[in-house]
Each structure stands twice: as structure tokens, then as C-alpha cells.
Write a new protein. Sequence first.
Length: 238
Amino acid sequence: MIREHFQFRETIATILADREEEISAAKDGMMSARQEIERHIVSDPFFATSFDAYDVPPAGIAVNRMAKAASEAGVGPMAAVAGTIAWAGVEAMAAEGAVFGVVDNGGDIALISDREVRIGIHAGAAPLSNRLAFVVPPQDVVLGICTSSATVGHSISLGAADSVTVFSRDVSCADAWATSICNRINPESSCQVFEGVGGTCICGVLAIAGREVWRWGRMPPLVAAAVDERLITAGRPV
């Protein structure tokens, strides 16, 4: 297996693949999606700044995916940007013939896999952080595993969750809903954090805030794990 770090401006990703050609395909796919989004923002700057659902006229695949996901989750389109770019990378790998491909775009993951994959949970200073992992079975269709946090990373969050991880076949949707649910979690949170999730494309959610844990839907099994923080996708000096 090949593991490669990829960094271009705000896109900071880890790519896993079996062949170098698949790594190159993932980079091309991510860059193509980025360029499409950037072109759209030039003509429609509000797309990049809105914190609310924002309708756009028919556009490219990446922009349409972001707008649709944001509308469903009740957040701004850029809440889905990392997952959307990761999705484009894995789709390009599949088009290259990959049966195993993972793009982790800063905690927003898209994957296909002919083998079991373990995805560790990093939840800042929460007691469960770096002690659990999802055991994801083989996936012949792209799966999105997207995480939002109010305490880890630089993304804007209106809540207080250490991590909210969302599973969906629609990776843009997983990313947008991770942000939406993370925004709802505060010290007075209850089961209402999952309001509106039923009937959407979301398969399952795991949310952690300090010692509190919320679950919804169906997720891969969780097992005890010692997560190596050196494998967490993060920026490097350029």
C-alpha cells in the first residue's frame, strides 16, 4: 500500500492506494474539483461566504453536490467542500481501475476498498479520543466518513463538539451534515442534535463532546485502538 501526503493551499490530504497511477488520478480528481469550485466563486462570491443553504443555478458536478448537500443540512455550501473534493479524488481513482482507494481530506474521508479498513477517532481532549476505531468492511461503492469538530482544526463551528462523524454514500452530504450536527451540540444538548437526520442520505452518526456520546443510525463496528497521531492528516511547512 502507498501512503502519500498531498497539499495544495487549503486542501491537505492523505491518499492511500495500491498503485502510483491511482495516486496521480486522485490528485487530478481533487484539483479538477477545486478548480471548478474556485471558478464558480469568482462569478458568485456569496457561495463561499454563506452560512445558510444557498441555491445555485445548474453548475458543475462539485458545485452542484455542495449546494444540494448544504440545502439538505441547512448549512452553507462550503461546509461540504472538503468531502466533495475527497469524493472527486476517489471517483478518479475508481475510473483508473482502483479497487482500493482512500482520500482523507483533513478528516473528511471518501473510500472504496476491497479489504477491511480501520478509521481512528480523534476527538481532541475527549477521554475517548485516539482510543477507538471504526472497522469498515469492504466497500465496492464510494463511502463518505466525514468528521467536524469545534475543538480540533481550523474549521468554523457554532457548537462545542469534540467530533461528529457522519457516514453516507453521498460524501458531500456526510460533510455538510457533520457540520450541521456539530453546530447543534452544546452543554445543554439532547437527542435533538439528530433532528431532521431521518429520511436523509445519512447512514449513521457518532458524536462526542467531552464525556458525552451520541449515536444515531447504523455504523461500522467500533473497536478499541491506539490511534497513532502521526497518521492524522495535517498541514506541513511548504
